[in-house]
Design a protein around this ligand. Structure first.
Ligand code: ADP
Ligand code: F6P
Length: 354
């Protein structure tokens, strides 16, 4: 173990159920190694402002089961400026913080890699309901969020059935259709619309009309927010106009980000928290903890960020400089795997939701 005296832990970006479990695991792991832990409140904003307090073992009691993040979260544009970064580094020196575990999404990891380059070693833990970090099979919060979606859609289905209605339901996910694809299957939706695959609204309307003629009373259509914010309400209107089926629109939005984490997220967060703290204390940094095929591994943050860019086709000239042929081949394989997984979900959904 490296000679760390004190580390910090923060949560940043969109909150996710399970963040508390990760904070608890980071704190308890470091403390058990005799390393002090500082709670950094409000993500990078708290790092800039010095909103920091020591964390003891009992300070993280009774939080493993709680949603949100007791360290609070923030989006902090100032952190992206050279002045903001300097303030954050100065705060670390002032509080004697030797390294940081940063819990959040890709924006948080960009911040963590910058901070590492400025001499404060960081390790990232992926926590976002969107599951949009390609290097990990799952992010903390994704599973709970999906379970919340199906619970809510089940309720909508009850009332749709009573009133012979259709409900178009928009779910979060930023640019990723993972939440929508999985929950459409699990809630028996009539259709799913995600940014990753083409959609044909006219044929969906024909399908609903035909099914109504054959006696089907309720229809659920799940739309991922990544398709565009005006899309889902407009689709609801179109379905009603073209099929004659009364159609409601529901945007589940942030309600899906709250609530107690389920077992899967508590365990994943606890495992990742222990792993991240031990990586940092071993002297490893600029890493993000990932789960691949049930095993925890760590990837360079830059690898994870470029993998996401390659997946989203937003790579710029020079982004892959410094990566070996082998790394690039590994990236391509990971992307092919992720795409195949999503296609499988889409295919299953289309086959069974007639
Ligand atoms: P998430 O971590 O969920 O993706 P954001 O994209 O909002 O959420 O990022 C969280 C915070 O991380 C931002 O408010 C900012 O402080 C920091 N951050 C994001 N992008 C960068 C960047 N390019 N450089 C440095 N810090 C960044
Ligand atoms: O990244 C998590 C997420 O909830 C996305 O699904 C959504 O697009 C975004 O954050 C909403 O962010 P905000 O908290 O700023 O409304």
């Amino acid at each position: 173990m490296k000679n760390f005296k004190r580390i910090g832990v923060l949560s940043s970006g969109g909150d996710a159920p399970g963040m508390n479990a990760a904070i608890r695991a980071v704190a308890r792991t470091a403390l058990s190694h005799g390393v002090e832990v500082m709670a950094i409140y409000r993500g990078y904003s708290g790092l800039i402002d010095g909103d920091i307090k020591p964390l003891e073992v009992r300070d993280v009691s009774n939080i493993i089961n709680k949603g949100g993040t007791f360290l609070y979260s923030d989006r902090c544009p100032e952190f992206k400026t050279p002045e903001g970064m300097q303030k954050a580094v100065d705060t670390c020196h002032r509080f004697g913080i030797d390294g940081i575990v940063a819990i959040g999404g890709d924006g948080t990891f960009r911040g963590a890699t910058d901070l590492t380059a400025h001499g404060i070693p960081c390790v990232g833990i992926p926590a976002t309901i969107d599951n949009d970090i390609t290097s990990t099979d799952a992010t903390i919060g994704f599973d709970t969020a999906m379970n919340t979606v199906i619970e809510l859609v089940d309720k909508l289905r009850d009332t749709c059935e009573s009133h012979a209605r259709c409900n178009v339901v928009e779910v979060m996910g930023r640019g990723a259709g993972d939440i929508a694809l999985n929950t459409a299957i699990a809630s028996g939706a009539t259709a799913v619309i995600v940014p990753e695959f083409p959609h044909d609204d006219d044929s969906l309307c024909r399908k609903i009309k035909r099914a109504r003629e054959l006696g089907k009373r309720n229809f659920i259509v799940i739309v991922s927010e990544g398709v565009g914010s005006d899309y889902a309400p407009a689709l609801a209107k179109k379905i009603q106009e073209e099929t004659g089926v009364e159609t409601k629109f529901a945007r589940l939005a942030h309600i899906v980000r709250g609530g107690n984490p389920n077992l899967r997220d508590r365990v994943l967060a606890s495992k990742m928290g222990v792993y991240a703290a031990e990586e940092l204390l071993r002297g490893n940094s600029n890493l993000v903890v990932c789960e691949r095929k049930g095993k925890l591994v760590s990837n360079e943050i830059r690898y994870a960020l470029m993998l996401d860019k390659m997946y989203k086709k937003t790579l710029k000239d020079g982004d892959l400089d410094g990566f070996s042929e082998e790394d690039i081949a590994k990236m391509k394989a990971e992307i092919a795997e992720k795409k195949a997984e999503l296609l499988d979900l889409f295919t299953v959904e289309n086959k069974i939701n007639l």
